[in-house]
Design a protein around this ligand. Structure first.
Ligand code: GRF
Length: 191
């Protein structure tokens, strides 16, 4: 059984979906959610799911000591960033490097990096008249949206009729299908 910590900063639909879809049968348990935003929707979802949600400030996460200690105590094998806006660095990256994955709502390396999150991504895709967008699931390194790609899935963009919201909804649907599949496969390949 692999123990997975989810890091989230926002709504938390991916966090909830992962926890709902992956259980004992898939070799996954989710003892903890780490959140850097006290106003995030993920708190309500965690409560509903009965999963402990813990707050760390951006500074605490950058320093890394306390969060690493908690993750070690919880026996965490894998960190999944699901809408987490903070940067992973320092001790966190040193201790869990290679065992941290992120999901990004576009086809990296395009439309990624600092400031490219949430509706900013979809607005940029539409402003460039892209015909395709999609999701990228990748390992995390010291740069935003940069580590090795694990999986990309595309979807169409309709620049004439799409709004950032319609595109975001289409991409969320892809995320909810493919993120659990990729996390399950990773877990099964882990020693
Ligand atoms: C997703 O689009 C994900 O790709 C991005 O942040 C969003 C999080 O959505 N990193 P939610 O909070 O899981 O609903």
């Amino acid at each position: 059984m692999k123990r997975i910590a989810i890091f989230a900063s926002g709504n938390g639909s991916n966090a909830e979906n992962l926890i709902a879809q992956l259980g004992e049968k898939e070799g996954c348990s989710f003892p903890i959610i780490v959140c850097d935003n006290l106003k995030a929707g993920v708190w309500e979802r965690a409560k509903k799911l009965g999963v402990r949600c813990v707050h760390f400030s951006r500074t605490e996460l950058a320093e890394g000591g306390a969060v690493c200690e908690l993750l070690k105590k919880e026996g965490i094998d894998l960190i999944v960033l699901a809408g987490f806006l903070g940067k992973i660095s320092g001790p966190l990256l040193e201790q869990f490097g290679g065992h941290i994955v992120n999901i990004h709502p576009a086809l990296l390396p395009r439309f990624g990096g600092k400031g490219m999150y949430g509706h900013h991504v979809h607005e940029a895709v539409l402003a460039h008249n892209e015909r395709f967008s999609g999701i990228t699931i990748h390992f995390v390194d010291a740069e935003y949206d940069h580590g090795a790609t694990i999986c990309q899935v595309t979807c169409p963009v309709y620049p004439e009729i799409d709004t950032p919201d319609t595109l975001a909804n289409r991409i969320h649907r892809l995320e909810h299908i493919y993120f659990p599949i990729v996390v399950r496969d990773l877990v099964q390949r882990m020693e």
